[in-house]
Design a protein around this ligand. Structure first.
Ligand SMILES: [Zn+2]
Length: 248
C-alpha cells in the first residue's frame, strides 16, 4: 500500500512495449550551452529539463542559446550565459547546462495523439485535458502553448507544455558502480538511482501536483490528487507507479 500519496508518472507502458506510442519530433527554440569540465573532462548537458515559459527573444541574440546548435563552454562561461536566464525565473529553479527554453515546436510523425504526450522528453498535455484538470481542482501548475503540426492537413493539434520544476529529492543516496562517473565539480553524475525510488518527504511541494526529481529530471512525480483527477476523467497517455517517501 502506498502511504506517501506520491506517484511516479510514466508514459503509457503498453504503447511503449508495443511501439505504438505517439511520436512528436521537435524541440525548444533555445537552450543553455553544454559544458566541458576541466576537472573530469566530460562534455555534457542535461536532458529532460525545460522551461517553456522563458522567452529569450528580448535578449541580445547569442548563437550559444540556439536550441538546434551544440555549443560547449567552460563552467565560467556558462555562468555568464546563465545569468540573464536565471533573472527571468523565480529562485530555486535549477539551470544546469543543456536546459531547454521557450515554447516547444514540433511535428506529429506517428501514433495517435492522446491526452498526454510524455514519450519523448517534452511534457505535453492537450488543452482540453488541461482545462478539465484545472476545473476539477486536480492541477494548479501552468502551461505554455506548444506548436505541433499535424500529420494530415485538416486535423488540428492543440497541446500545451506543463511548467514542471525539479522539486523532489532522493531520501537515500545514489550508488556508484564500477565505471560510473561522478564529478563533484561540475555535477556530471552516472550513479545508479535507488530502486525503487524513495523521496525525502520534506522535499514534496505542497502547491504543485506534478514535478520532477532534482537528481534526475527524467523522473516525473505527482500527487494523489493529480492521479485521482486523471483517472476520474479517464484521460489517456500516462500511468502511475506508487513511490515511497521518508522523513530524513
Ligand atoms: Zn566534472
Amino acid at each position: 500500500m502506498n502511504c506517501s500519496g506520491l506517484f511516479e508518472l510514466l508514459p503509457n507502458q503498453a504503447a511503449v512495449r508495443e511501439q505504438t506510442y505517439t511520436y512528436v519530433d521537435g524541440g525548444h527554440p533555445w537552450k543553455l550551452p553544454s559544458i566541458r569540465c576541466s576537472a573530469c573532462g566530460m562534455v555534457w548537458g542535461e536532458r529532460g529539463l525545460s522551461y517553456p515559459q522563458i522567452d529569450l527573444s528580448g535578449l541580445k541574440p547569442q548563437k550559444w542559446y540556439k536550441g538546434n546548435l551544440i555549443c560547449v563552454m567552460s563552467p565560467e562561461e556558462l555562468s555568464v550565459a546563465r545569468a540573464p536566464v536565471a533573472a527571468m525565473l523565480p529562485p530555486g529553479y535549477p539551470l544546469p547546462p543543456g536546459t531547454a527554453l521557450g515554447p516547444f515546436r514540433g511535428r506529429h510523425l506517428a501514433g495517435t495523439m492522446e491526452d498526454f504526450d510524455f514519450y519523448s522528453g517534452a511534457h505535453l498535455i492537450s488543452r482540453s485535458a488541461f482545462d478539465l484538470l484545472h476545473t476539477a481542482g486536480a492541477l494548479g501548475v501552468e502551461a505554455t502553448p506548444a506548436q505541433v503540426n499535424p500529420r494530415r492537413t485538416g486535423t488540428e493539434i492543440d497541446l500545451l507544455e506543463l511548467h514542471l520544476v525539479p522539486r523532489a529529492r532522493l531520501a537515500v543516496p545514489r550508488t556508484q558502480d564500477q565505471g560510473q562517473r561522478f564529478c563533484v565539480e561540475c555535477g556530471f553524475d552516472q550513479r545508479e538511482f535507488p530502486s525503487p525510488l524513495v523521496i525525502a518527504r520534506s522535499s514534496i511541494p505542497d502547491k504543485e501536483e506534478i514535478f520532477q526529481l532534482c537528481e534526475g529530471p527524467d523522473y516525473i512525480l505527482c500527487t494523489k490528487k493529480f492521479v485521482d483527477g486523471v483517472e476520474s476523467l479517464g484521460l489517456r497517455g500516462i500511468e502511475f507507479r506508487p513511490v515511497d517517501s521518508y522523513d530524513v
